[in-house]
Design a binder for this molecule. Structure first.
Ligand code: FE2
Length: 311
């Protein structure tokens, strides 16, 4: 790839410090390419260390389908993955593809991508000096935490069905004539969808092989060296069987270990829960969920509103 003048091979694609990303954002480009030559030696080293220290923890805490996914994807333990290589191994299994993005993707667009079997993927990697805590997603979270699950057909179908819920929301609300009421309902439905995603795809737990065994399938946990242990072993974490009415009304915070997590029985159960979410949305049961402490961002709300107005 020919790089624009100010971008130099090896200058780095480090989270919050990547000129390539700043340029894409300034140009309003949400979907981008992965200019692989920009990764620095430090970036590859950060991947190597992140990947190496998770091995034992994944073996102990991850659900077996995640481990199968890791086998399928054949990551190079020493190099940041190329998305085209990831897709070469993943697409034949489930049709899912990692799609490079410059950062924030508005909620409707994000869910829409899932419904089309595209996974918006961050290409930057955290600074090697702070491997543990990162408020933003990075390629380790997106590729090592999420993507192995996308090689599993049952999980992939669940994601597609979940992504389609955003279209259903836009459709259902399109007949509401009053714009304020339309936005109010979309905000409520989107809160419910975000919470479901958070407590399942990002931070979900699953029953293991014995009554006391719990395995991790949520990507936020699978990509966290500390929390993957804490979420299963800590006495201070509440772990409850997933109840949909609770999850859709439960707000969450993103900047500390999760104090409350929900357990599903298996992947079929997860798929059925998305079906229930769909049915509840159609019945109007998502129109008045508890408002969140984290209000929906303007861009998230706008993305849903535009999709609904376009119907
Ligand atoms: Fe994530």
């Amino acid at each position: 790839m020919d790089l624009p003048q100010q971008l130099v091979a090896g200058q780095g694609l480090t989270t919050t410090k990547a000129p390539y990303i700043e340029q894409a954002v300034a140009n309003g480009e949400m979907y981008i390419t992965q200019p692989y030559e920009l990764y620095s030696a430090d970036n590859h080293d950060a991947w190597r260390r992140l990947y190496a220290r998770m091995q034992d923890r994944w073996a102990r805490y991850a659900n077996p389908r995640f481990l199968d996914g890791l086998d399928t994807l054949c990551f190079d333990a020493t190099q940041v993955p190329r998305l085209e290589d990831v897709n070469k191994f993943m697409a034949p299994r489930t049709g899912f593809r990692a799609k490079a993005v410059s950062g924030f993707v508005p909620a409707f667009n994000f869910f829409d991508c899932l419904s089309r079997r595209e996974f918006p993927t961050t290409i930057t990697i955290r600074d090697g000096a702070s491997l543990d805590y990162l408020p933003e997603p990075d390629i380790f979270h997106d590729i090592a935490g999420h993507v192995p699950m996308h090689t599993d057909p049952a999980f992939a179908e669940t994601l597609v069905r979940f992504g389609a819920c955003a279209h259903l929301a836009a459709e259902l609300v399109s007949t509401v004539p009053d714009r304020t009421e339309k936005l109010r309902r979309l905000t409520s439905i989107q809160n419910a969808l975000q919470r479901f995603f958070w407590f399942t795809v990002e931070f979900g737990l699953m029953r293991g092989t014995s009554p006391t065994d719990i395995k991790v399938y949520g990507s936020g946990l699978l990509s966290s060296y500390g929390e993957i242990v804490h979420c299963v072993d800590s006495d201070t974490t509440q772990r409850h069987p997933l109840q949909l009415e609770w999850v859709i009304n439960q707000h969450f915070e993103i900047d500390h270990y999760q104090p409350l997590l929900f357990i599903v029985n298996d992947f079929d159960h997860l798929y059925e829960l998305v079906g229930q979410l769909e049915a509840w949305m159609k019945a109007g049961k998502l129109d008045n969920v508890t408002p969140g402490y984290r209000q929906m961002s303007e861009a998230d709300a706008q993305s849903f509103l535009e999709a609904s107005l376009a119907r």
